[in-house]
Design a protein around this ligand. Structure first.
Ligand code: NI
Length: 410
């Protein structure tokens, strides 16, 4: 099949003006939604009310959507161009879940759900995505041929949601995908972009060291799993410091060490757990072997056995340059190039958006919230100020993707 290359894509000022007007028109509803979601946060997998409210607003706007995608509360909505859906499909993804943290903000829309709050700003992400849906729906008659899929994803914080959405077909026939994440380190009106690895892979391990317990006064009759575990903890730190090239970032953190029942008993087992992060999918593949080799060597030297489990979590989130570049171009036009910030470094945090971009090209960008408090803390608040920027950026990037006929080389 031969494909005629799309003509070079240029900005469409008339469209952008109309889009701006539609975003402004939607803003009161979007802000009200964010406040409502912030006041009624729901934990990962339990986003029933959130999904109900979103679905209601989508229905009100006449936006076609399916609910209960991915086994829980996922929603996939579609805005189709007035010129038909024969063109490319671009997806926008927002996450909906909250965290088990007690809110310390004194705001009118403070969490009414004790011990649960939107400390990662997913209230803002959901409201933003709904805003993009409303704005795109309003201008659909003038959209270039194609479709925009809006993926409202549950359970990001437990990193289960993305995979479930993908399994359920959310990105079937999707050519590329975009997400944003609120970013307190930039002010509202600015965005942060980056090509390549943006967030780390996140895997975990657990080892049960099996020694021989006994009386604390007679250590020579035991194989001490605590001493062995202590050596394991220390030796694991040589992986990053002595084995992995210093220019290739990695983290091996031991985060749990459980052993013993009494002050005068050497236990028979000790449990050591931790997390492993990398920014390179190839390096990531080597980490399980490295961790187990160290454990096996130390255990053998100290006459202990072990059971080892390595659990793969989220992959590295790798931003596709073609999508990041599109966000740069749109960001420069919509916000001014001085407000498009090149992020100097990735973070070692993880994001389950990684599962989508393992399968299809995509990118995440950071949306400045200017909140003086960090993500996942009791006073984080996405705020209302970033919403207009976020909605415009998402909606216009989607239009540009359709206008250029889909993926283009860098
Ligand atoms: Ni988040």
């Amino acid at each position: 099949m031969s494909v005629t290359p799309a003509p070079p894509e240029t900005p469409d000022p008339a469209f952008l003006n109309r889009l701006r007007a539609e975003v402004r028109a939607a803003l009161p509803q979007v802000i009200a939604l964010r406040h409502d979601l912030h006041a009624h946060p729901e934990l990962s997998g339990g986003e029933e009310r959130t999904a109900g409210v979103v679905s209601g607003l989508l229905s009100q706007a006449g936006i076609v959507h399916e609910t209960r995608i991915g086994g829980t509360h996922g929603i996939v909505a579609v805005v189709e161009s007035g010129e038909g859906a024969s063109g490319p499909t671009f997806a926008l993804r927002g996450d909906m879940d909250a965290l088990p943290i007690t809110e310390e903000n004194e705001v009118a829309y403070k969490s009414q759900n004790p011990g649960v709050m939107h400390a990662c700003g997913h209230d803002g992400h959901t409201a933003n995505l709904l805003g993009a849906a409303l704005a795109l729906q309003a201008v659909r008659q003038t959209l270039p041929p194609g479709r925009v899929k809006l993926i409202f994803q549950p359970a990001e914080e437990t990193v289960r949601g993305a995979d479930a959405m993908i399994e359920a077909g959310a990105i079937k026939e999707v050519d590329a995908i975009l997400m944003l994440h609120g970013w307190p380190h930039l002010p509202p009106g600015q965005i942060g972009v980056r090509n390549g690895p943006a967030m780390a892979s996140s895997d975990t391990f657990k080892v049960v060291i099996k020694g021989k317990g006994g009386h604390g006064a007679y250590p020579h009759d035991t194989f001490d799993p605590i001493l062995c575990g202590a050596q394991v903890v220390t030796a694991l730190q040589t992986l990053v410091s002595r084995e992995i090239p210093p220019v290739s970032p990695a983290v091996v953190s031991v985060t749990m060490f459980h052993a013993g029942t009494a002050r005068n008993i050497i236990p028979s087992t000790a449990e050591v757990c931790g997390t492993v992060r990398t920014l390179d999918p190839q390096l990531r593949k080597t980490m399980a072997e490295r961790v187990e080799r160290v454990i096996a060597g130390i255990c053998a030297a100290l006459r202990c056995g072990y059971d080892f489990a390595y659990t793969y979590g989220t992959p590295v989130t790798v931003n596709d340059a073609r999508i990041s570049n599109l966000v740069r171009v749109v960001g420069s036009e919509v916000l001014g190039s001085e407000n498009v910030i090149e992020l100097p470094e990735p973070t070692m945090g993880a994001e389950d958006f990684a599962y989508y971009v393992e399968k299809i090209p995509g990118a995440m960008f950071r949306l400045g919230t200017g909140c003086p408090f960090l993500l996942h803390t009791p006073k984080y608040d996405f705020g209302d100020a970033p919403l207009e920027t976020g909605i415009l950026l998402m909606a216009e990037t989607a239009r540009r993707f359709l206008a250029q006929g889909g993926l283009r080389p860098d």
